[in-house]
Design a protein around this ligand. Structure first.
Ligand SMILES: [Zn+2]
Length: 270
């Protein structure tokens, strides 16, 4: 599933090809995504992209008036085709540019989204209640400390809640809690300010490294045969149940917390 680093990499991969370019035609072959692709997406025709950005795992493609919100869901991907080929199965939406380039949205499982927004994009209902970006200055130990007081929810679920902070998916939550030495089931309200310092640093570090690794795949977004691949992570605990902890040698444990598989070291994490 595309996580924040893949979405950021997608943004960097498509941005240079779309910025200031005019849309000639939007073709919707199958509107049945997570929400139906609205007929209004044709409002993009004749308009140029004035900015591209990311909010959580949403891509915001702003046009002169209105814009597109794209989410990759479980299996979605975007590609830039300089010489558009015949659409294949699951190539649900194309945005053809005046210069002949095509932005193609592919999504086999169709949990993604391709939406039109008339007004201010950040005020869209999907975006307006989101917590801060994990790589922004707003995301601090103080912020997490304040938000977590009196909360009994497991720290892992707390940091995976998009209203608290966006884009910390299951893998990154497991990894950062290991790096910070915090047991995933510890009550959020019982994590000290000092330990939140370590957790914020770990979340930033793990996301940052993944984004940098993604940078090496940027050319995969242009004229590639299949969907851009997702980069392999160097994982410390995730998916390593039974293997030795890199830090202390104890076997890594797996436990379902909040319906998600969680991995941790019972010795290093408290
Ligand atoms: Zn350990």
């Amino acid at each position: 599933m595309p996580e924040l680093p893949e979405v950021e990499t997608t943004l960097r991969g498509i941005e240079p090809h779309l910025l200031n370019q005019q849309v000639a035609r939007v073709i919707v072959r199958d509107p049945r995504l997570r929400w139906p692709v609205p007929a209004e997406v044709v409002k993009a025709e004749g308009q140029s992209f004035i900015s591209l950005s990311r909010r959580g795992k949403y891509l915001l493609l702003k046009l002169q008036q209105g814009g597109l919100i794209i989410h990759l869901g479980m299996s979605g991907s975007l590609r830039i085709l300089q010489h558009p080929t015949h659409p294949a199965k699951h190539d649900h939406v194309d945005a053809e540019l005046q210069n002949g380039v095509c932005l193609r949205f592919n999504d086999p499982r169709r949990f993604g989204a391709f939406l039109w927004v008339d007004g201010e994009m950040n005020e869209h209902e999907l975006l307006s209640d989101l917590g801060p970006e994990p790589l922004s200055d707003e995301f601090t130990a103080d912020y997490l400390y304040q938000r977590s007081r009196e909360r009994r929810v497991a720290i892992k679920n707390f940091i995976m809640n998009g209203h608290i902070v966006v884009g910390v998916g299951n893998i990154y939550a497991s990894e950062s809690l290991f790096m910070a030495g915090i047991h995933p089931q510890r009550a959020a309200g019982r994590v000290s300010r000092q330990r939140f310092e370590g957790l914020v640093a770990a979340i930033r570090d793990v996301l940052d490294r993944a984004i940098r690794r993604g940078g090496t795949t940027l050319r995969d977004f242009v004229d590639s045969e299949g969907a851009p691949g997702y980069f392999a992570q160097e994982l410390l605990v995730y998916d390593r149940a039974g293997s030795d902890c890199f830090q202390c040698g104890a076997p890594i444990r797996q436990k379902v917390i909040g319906q998600r598989s969680s991995y941790y070291c019972p010795a290093c994490q408290r």
